[in-house]
Design a binder for this molecule. Structure first.
Ligand code: NAD
Ligand code: IPM
Ligand code: MN
Length: 358
């Protein structure tokens, strides 16, 4: 029996997670999966109920689960509260406590969405990039951090730090994944300015010696950001640190048509994982029933593939998503002329139906 913990969170979180659970229920039935679902509070919802974005009961359930399906957290309601109580800190603590250091963010363009991309179809058609983002270190977690008074003014500070072992383990994940793909890895750094990433580049290069078949290249992050919109198909696997990975993955999302199309897996050493869309709680559209649930549904597919080791179920879910796109169904964010605009619920039900009938 596998235990899956559902953490819906805030804003559009509950709306999109509901649709993914609909698909999960069909998958359970169709593939006779022995999966037990549980749920708990996280983010702003948990702050409201328990004054803590990651209550102890939620953390305990997360520890006991084989995988976590996560919606999104945060929103203007909680932006001004004490820093440690903010929803985002709950997610960061969850990633860090569970050791979810390897964040996989696949940016794949479905051919049906070539016109929905903000770039020309010929620039993006066939796009298949995997961003491997380090998730539990770097400037997100470095100490000291804070805001202080100094010489009569306020000073904000963070620390950008990576240990050699943190760099080695994420490089290894990228190389292992690349071996199953096109065997090309781009490491993104700012080694011309920042010592941390100078060492990053060195360590990744050393680690690559164990993978003679891999073609490793390096790029500064500013150039990489530019190349992603100039000629994104030159990339296969991109490995980078926490902050650069956060930014580059949102950028890559747009190549696929929408941030609502980018799923993710956050894995520990044993492939226990948290699965969530790359986007946030989208306060601007929350409650309207128009959010795109596909990134969350495809995160569920990744959950099947990586934590439950059911690649067959993952393939079936992804095929169901494709078939719905073939039917011409589009949420507002990926809508183009000649297709049919649907809401969150209709999109989720259509995927569930397609999976059932496959
Ligand atoms: P966002 O990703 O929530 O939204 C950015 C834009 O993309 C908005 O216009 C939004 O409507 C749109 N969008 C996002 N997801 C969509 C979807 N599924 N379908 C259609 N459109 C979608 O980023 P933001 O506005 O910078 O952040 C809002 C809140 O979310 C903040 O509190 C932030 O901290 C939080 N956040 C949480 C996560 C997470 O839970 N992992 C990730 C990013 C941001
Ligand atoms: C993401 C988000 C988070 C991050 C925030 C909400 C902490 O932007 O998952 O990409 O920066 O990692
Ligand atoms: Mn982000």
């Amino acid at each position: 029996m596998s235990k899956v913990l559902v953490l819906a969170g805030d804003g559009i979180g509950p709306e999109i997670v509901r649709e993914a659970v609909k698909v999960l229920d069909v998958a359970k039935q169709k593939f006779a999966l022995d999966v037990e679902l549980d749920e708990a509070l996280v983010g702003g919802a948990a702050v409201d109920a328990e004054n803590d974005p990651l209550p102890q009961t939620t953390l305990e359930k997360a520890r006991a689960a084989d995988a976590i399906l996560f919606g999104s957290i945060g929103g203007p309601k909680w932006d001004a509260i004490e820093r440690d109580k903010r929803p985002e800190r709950g997610l960061l603590r969850l990633r860090s406590t569970l050791g979810l250091f390897a964040n996989l963010r696949p940016a794949i363009l479905f051919p049906q969405l070539a016109d929905a991309s903000s770039l020309k179809p010929e620039v993006v058609s066939g796009l298949d990039i995997l961003i491997v983002r380090e998730l539990t270190g770097g400037i997100y977690f470095g100490q000291p951090r804070g805001i202080k008074e100094e010489n009569g003014e306020r000073v904000g500070f963070n620390t950008y730090v990576y240990t050699e072992s943190e760099m080695r383990r994420i490089a290894k994940v990228a190389f292992e994944l690349a071996m199953k793909r096109d065997k090309r890895v781009l490491s993104v750094d700012k080694a011309n300015v920042l010592e941390v990433t100078e060492l990053w580049k060195e360590v990744v290069t050393e680690e690559a010696k164990a993978y003679p078949e891999i073609e490793l290249s390096h790029m500064y992050v500013d150039n990489a950001a530019m190349q992603l919109v100039r000629a994104p198909k030159q990339f296969d696997v991109i490995v980078t640190g926490n902050l650069f990975g956060d930014i580059l993955s949102d950028e890559a999302a747009m190549l696929t048509g929408s941030i609502g199309m980018l799923p993710s897996a956050s894995l520990d050493e044993n492939r226990k994982g948290l699965y969530e869309p790359c986007h946030g709680s989208a306060p601007d559209i929350a409650g309207q029933g128009i959010a795109n649930p596909l990134a969350t549904i495809m995160s569920l597919a990744m959950l099947m593939r990586y934590s439950l080791e059911r690649g067959d179920v993952a393939d079936a879910i992804e095929a169901a998503v494709e078939s719905v796109l073939d039917q011409g169904l589009r949420t507002a964010d990926i809508y183009t002329e000649g297709t049919r605009k649907v809401g969150t619920e209709e999109m989720g039900s259509a995927v569930a139906d397609a999976l059932l009938k496959a």
